[in-house]
Each structure stands twice: as structure tokens, then as C-alpha cells.
Write a protein that binds this ligand. Structure first.
Ligand SMILES: [Mg+2]
Ligand SMILES: [Zn+2]
Length: 177
């Protein structure tokens, strides 16, 4: 079995101006490649779990999302980091996409992580979900992986979730577990 770090994208790996549609607008936070390299070197799979309702809202296409992800992969690769997989939800309840409105893959629903657990034979006991929103905490709990939060302070009702100001500090904490 494999241990994994499930990663939110916007607000966790990169600044989140909302609905990034152009690779030019995609930049990583400082320290992100360093953090991911430490986790990768410790034997964790790195799996992106991201809601991208900009697709169902008609703000960008799946091809444009792929171009943004190519930029992200290029930036990560400069730091020696390779993501093992990217799972995204294109849906939104108010914007049916390819006939689907209510899906099972939009965070906080656990669909994306459950699929990844199956695809990569993930050992949930030794795996973590890192994100910057309550929906990221909820998907971690719903899929039985430990949630870790990137935020200035913990969210109401989730004070027990380990919370760090940036990904590097979160990664360093995970490596002590
Ligand atoms: Mg986020
Ligand atoms: Zn979905």
C-alpha cells in the first residue's frame, strides 16, 4: 500500500484570484516546491484534488485547465517535484455540465479521494489531505485521511485540525508524525 498526500490546489499551492484560466496567471506560493520535495522524498504520493467549477460555469475549458496544469507541472519540475495524479471536479450544482449537476466528486463530497485511494492502493491511516478551506477538512474526514489546514487560524468547529500558515510548515509537521 502507498501513503499519500492529497493536495488542494488554489490557496494551497498557488494564490487564488479565482478561476485561473490562463497559464500566465498561474504561480506557486514560495516554499511549495520545497515542501512537496520533502514529502515526495519521504515516500508520499502527491495527488492533487481540486474543484474546478470554472469549467461548468463556462469560464474555461478542460483543455485550458490542462494548459494551466502543464504550467504548474513545469514549475514543480524545476524544483524536482512530480505530481503522481491530478483529480478534478468540473461540476457545480447550479451549472449542469455534460448533463451532470449534482455529482459525487465536488469537495466536500469524497468522490475524488475515494477514486484515488482505489487507483493508487492508498493506505489511508498514513495519508493526509492538505487544503485551505473547510471543504478540504470535510473531504479528509469523509474519506478517513487526516486533514491538515493551511490558514492563518483554525476554522470554527475544527480547532483540533492541525493548522499551519503555509505548506512548508505543514509538510515539516507531517514528517514528524
Ligand atoms: Mg483551496
Ligand atoms: Zn463533480
Amino acid at each position: 500500500m502507498n501513503k499519500a498526500i492529497f493536495l488542494d490546489r488554489d490557496g494551497t499551492l498557488n494564490p487564488d484570484p479565482g478561476y485561473i484560466s490562463d497559464p500566465k496567471d498561474y504561480e506557486l506560493f514560495e516554499g511549495v516546491t520545497e515542501a512537496l520535495l520533502k514529502l515526495q522524498n519521504a515516500g508520499f504520493l502527491l495527488i492533487l484534488i481540486t474543484n474546478q467549477s470554472g469549467i461548468s460555469r463556462g469560464l474555461f475549458s478542460e483543455e485550458q485547465l490542462e494548459a494551466v496544469h502543464d504550467k504548474m507541472k513545469k514549475l514543480l519540475k524545476k524544483g524536482g517535484v512530480t505530481l503522481d495524479a491530478i483529480y478534478y471536479c468540473p461540476h457545480h450544482p447550479e451549472h449542469p455540465y455534460k448533463g451532470v449537476a449534482e455529482c459525487n466528486c465536488r469537495k466536500p463530497k469524497p468522490g475524488l479521494i475515494l477514486q484515488a485511494i482505489k487507483d493508487f492502493d492508498v493506505d489511508i491511516k498514513n495519508s493526509f489531505m492538505i487544503g485551505d478551506r473547510v471543504s478540504d477538512i470535510k473531504i479528509g474526514i469523509a474519506s478517513n485521511v487526516s486533514p491538515v489546514c493551511i490558514a492563518k487560524s483554525s476554522f470554527d468547529g475544527y480547532e483540533n485540525v492541525p493548522t499551519f500558515p503555509n505548506l512548508l510548515e505543514a509538510a515539516e509537521w507531517i514528517l514528524t508524525q
